[in-house]
Design a protein around this ligand. Structure first.
Ligand SMILES: Cc1cc2nc3c(=O)[nH]c(=O)nc-3n(C[C@H](O)[C@H](O)[C@H](O)COP(=O)(O)O)c2cc1C
Length: 173
């Protein structure tokens, strides 16, 4: 599928957090702001964390989770920006450590080197975010230029909305 003429291309990387069920909010907001969107999900996120068929209908592209076969064309154009939302404890730590064992983490590892804006909206419980490895990961990724949204634990979802549009603000700044 070809890129829509003139539109910047946003990679939305989706991890396996419960809030991923609402990722359509981010995709819709991005499209209203003029982005074309391609979604890359972790293998665990593909396992029932969000409605992949609805996302494919909304973006007009397959949700990617596995590497293409050598010789196949790249399914997405290069990104103009990357938003990882929700970002899990697991993916943030692997990203910071450079452990590119999923297409999602490999995409994140590569993004900073491409020089495009990268934003992360973590959804990590307070007990997990207290882990020193996670705090060190945040410092390392910030040092690489990654722009983080405010901490969100997912523990008070009735009162605190996940800040989907903040990811778009951060890459547009
Ligand atoms: C229903 C459910 C909700 C979860 N929510 C979160 C979450 O909000 N944040 C998080 O870091 N992990 C969460 N997890 C755990 C992750 O799914 C798990 O660590 C997984 O290995 C993450 O894989 P990924 O980072 O490759 O997507 C949740 C697991 C389940 C089963």
């Amino acid at each position: 599928m070809t890129q829509q003429a003139g539109k910047p291309f946003l990679y939305v990387v989706v991890c396996a957090a419960g809030i991923a069920a609402d990722v359509g909010e981010l995709i819709g907001a991005a499209q209203r702001r003029g982005w074309e969107v391609g979604v890359i999900a972790t293998p665990v996120a593909m396992n029932g964390f969000f409605d992949t068929a609805a996302v494919e209908t909304r973006t007009g592209r397959p949700v990617r989770s596995a590497w293409r076969t050598p010789g196949d064309p790249r399914p997405f154009p290069p990104p103009d920006a990357v938003v990882v939302a929700p970002a899990t404890f697991n993916t943030v730590n692997k990203w910071a450590a450079g452990l590119a064992d999923t297409l999602a983490v490999a995409t994140l590892c590569e993004a900073s080197g491409l020089g495009v804006p990268v934003a992360a909206l973590p959804c990590v419980a307070d007990a997990l975010s207290a882990h020193p490895a996670y705090q060190e990961s945040l410092i390392r990724l910030r040092g690489m230029g990654v722009r983080f949204g405010e901490p969100y634990s997912g523990e008070d979802r009735d009162t605190a909305r996940f800040p989907w549009e903040r990811g778009l603000d951060l890459v547009s700044r």
